[in-house]
Design a protein around this ligand. Structure first.
Ligand code: B4P
Length: 190
């Protein structure tokens, strides 16, 4: 199985590159952001609780996202592999993911981190916010809070995979095609 963690700050291009990777490799795309927005649009209890935190730029509790990922892994037992996009976002989520995969005799193949500076992130997210309708993209203060949450809680997840010799970082600034080329180059080496 090819199990890839696509990593990076908000707006780094994880969702953009995931779309291209699922087309090329036929993997199942698991984006916790998309799963949470699905819960919100269906008006579930979980969605209502998540919405408040997401609109503020805060992370949703670990137990909620770990439960969602566990359900998706169970529902896709025959998959060739998974792209984890926006998950894990805390070290506790990374530990839980390792345990979940181990219980299925599987493991993370590697993490690819997209490196993008804060000014470019803010610019991209504000641009997307003009027509995405996403409240968390519309307000510069919320965007800065998301970047701070990333630096405080999510950045240490890279160290977690580095300790397992699974981290590869690439420049996330440049054309979408060039960045995709760099990612597929790494995947060929797995
Ligand atoms: P997510 O939905 O995961 O989204 P994201 O971090 O905003 O974006 P991504 O990096 O995927 O950016 P994209 O490719 O779209 O998270 C939203 C919220 O959900 C979080 O703040 C949190 O509250 C909650 N959440 C989700 N997962 C969680 C978890 N595991 N634990 C707790 N809470 C969780 O790119 C952004 C823009 O850049 C796009 O407009 C794109 O067109 C553009 N772009 C992409 N590549 C580009 C390039 N090379 N050049 C120029 N522009 C580019």
């Amino acid at each position: 199985m090819l199990n890839l963690v696509l990593f990076g700050p908000p707006g780094a291009g994880k969702g953009t590159q995931s779309q291209k990777l699922i087309e090329k490799y036929g993997l199942i795309h698991l984006s916790t952001g998309d799963l949470l927005r699905g819960e919100i649009s269906q008006g579930t209890k979980l969605g209502l609780e998540a919405k408040k935190l997401m609109d503020e730029g805060a992370l949703v509790p670990d137990a909620v996202v770990i439960g969602m990922i566990s359900n998706k892994l169970d529902a896709n037992k025959e998959a060739k592999g998974f792209i984890f996009d926006g998950f894990p976002r805390t070290v506790a989520q990374a530990e839980a993911l390792d345990s979940l995969l181990e219980s299925k005799q599987s493991a993370i193949s590697g993490m690819i981190a997209l490196v993008v500076n804060d000014d470019e992130l803010e610019h991209r997210l504000l641009l997307r916010g003009k027509d995405s309708g996403r409240p968390d993209d519309a307000n510069p203060e919320v965007i800065r809070k998301r970047i701070k949450e990333y630096n405080d809680k999510t950045a240490p997840v890279a160290d977690f995979y580095q300790a397992q010799h699974k981290l590869k970082s690439i420049n996330g600034i440049g054309s979408i095609e060039d960045i995709f080329g760099a990612i597929t180059g790494i995947i060929q080496s797995y």
